[in-house]
Design a protein around this ligand. Sequence first.
Ligand code: MSP
Length: 642
Amino acid sequence: MGKFYITTPIYYVNDDPHIGHAYTTIMADVLARYHRTAGDEVLFLTGTDEHGQKVEQAAKARGVSPQAHCDEMVLRFQAQWQSLNISHDDFIRTTEARHRRVVQEILQRLWDAGEIYADDYEGWYCVPDERFWTEKDLVEGKCPECGREVVRISEKNYFFRMGRYQEWLIQHIQTHPRFIRPGTRRNEVLGFLKNPLNDLCISRPKARLSWGVPLPFDGAYVCYVWFDALINYITAPGYLQDDGEFNRWWPASCHLIGKDIVTTHCVYWPTMLKAIGLPVPDTVMPHGWWLVDEAKMSKSLGNVVRPLDLADRYGVDAFRYFLVREMVLGLDSSFSESAFVQRYNAELANDLGNLLNRTVVMADRYVGGVVPQVEAGHAVPGPLQKQALKTLDRVRHALEDLNPAGILDAIWGLVREANRFAEVQAPWNLAKHPHKRKALEATIYGLLETMRHLAVLLFPVMPGKAREIWEQVGAEGALEDQRFQDLKSWGGLRAGLRVRAAGPVFPRVDGTLIEAEAEPDEQDTREHRMSEERKDRISFQEFQKLDLRVARIEAAERVEGTDRLLKLQVNLGDAQRQLVAGVAQHYEPDALVGAQIVVVANLAPATIRGVASEGMLLAASGDGHLTLLRPDSEVPDGTAVS
Ligand code: MSP
């Protein structure tokens, strides 16, 4: 059993949680959960960065103390993580006593060891912004942020001797290819280190900023917020506590961060650790940036994507799935709701949702809703069994590689294989021949067992939906207790268990939901106009409610006592249906057998002349003439008509 310690950045407590924060935290959660499933001991840490000027100013503006302000603001992050089903083991706030104590102790030790020294700091200062800038930051000699005049100031400050670790750091990065990943970021950092590395100013005079950790050796100063914040990664696992916990967890396995904070994590932090006398983390992994329609998110552009809006609309699990699936490791991604809807319908509703649905529906229909017994060595589910084991291997490799999107890729290989398997085995055909009973049972078993594997494999990404899958196939035990180890032996789903079909886990969603996003007023008038102008039209949304599908007529006979009605048995690919249709005056029953037609598959059942009818066929009729609608060429039974 290994151990895995993963962290997210600690977020500025002032910020409104948005999709960027959610992404890092969900990715960390997914990796943490996969490691738990792999049987590792896991420490997953997140938290908030609560010191600094912005917090001080925001608190002042609201007329509350900075601490009271933080205590209030932090709740939004905590609530957000709870809603997104984040399974962190610890939540650290930099204003907690446990953290301030560690920061002060480290500062004192580094001061005593001569790693920190006092010197005059010279720079350009923007008085209204209360901020220092270097010569090259300035824009036409003015403050790059507000455009106002800057003044040259020289003041005493404290510096960490970062520069002395430059050669060591370059060496470390070069000899530890896993330290900064992906390689493009590693090269960027090495590029940055080609220039001389300066010492780091780690203090701010209290006269300008008081909301911080006081320097233990000079009460007139507080600690620079980054020097304070980075230390959270060692505070939480218990640095400077005597209980031995810290040595169990440190060095961290992975600091997951965004590309905006690479220098602090790949230069400041390792040199700080070196000076403190601690090993550096195994991996720092910066990911790309979420953009919205190719632009950076910003409050002023009004394009900030709030995670909970999406989670409310499409479900937390679909949202988690999309974020993990969509972003290529290290690259930027542009968020668009229509890409979300597309993936949702294609991958969740179709690939995965339909697979589950057809599996449990067929289990109900053909084997009485009970997990069938398969004779040892029965060859039928062979390809599935092989694919399931291969998938487990691929998942483990991708996990080793810290690549959740790669994990999903591997899992979808199994989903597709299972769908193919169902098509090839065609249980609906096997069911017609009593001597193929064994093959039918083995097929259903193979699909059910695959769904059990998929529930375990998907749990870290979609904990809620995976549980629904687990329950529908009737699997025993708590899903969260399942380990990769348990998937090594195929056949864990015990014969005799009850399958519990419960409807689609991912009902299809409609792209027009996006339109419903428009401002309410605008929407109202638009709808009003539409209804005035086109009273008799239906919306795309309404149309999409129709489940139109190609079906094959397998048997046809007249309904006794009528001369208009035929009773048809049709095959919908994964289901058989009986329809009653008023076509007897136009078609001889025998002439229809084998024909493909189009049916409305989700019509409420009705009884017509005492005969049950579960659907309706489509025909063109007029002037006493009637002709059935048929596909122009053969397609698989059950194909959707859109
Ligand atoms: N407080 C510092 C981090 C200190 S860690 C010792 C900080 N906080 S932050 O609130 O600004 O969060 C930055 C992090 O949020 C990024 O590194 C990234 O993980 C995430 N993201 C914020 N916006 C993002 C996007 N638009 N896209 C992807 N992730 C981004 O920096």
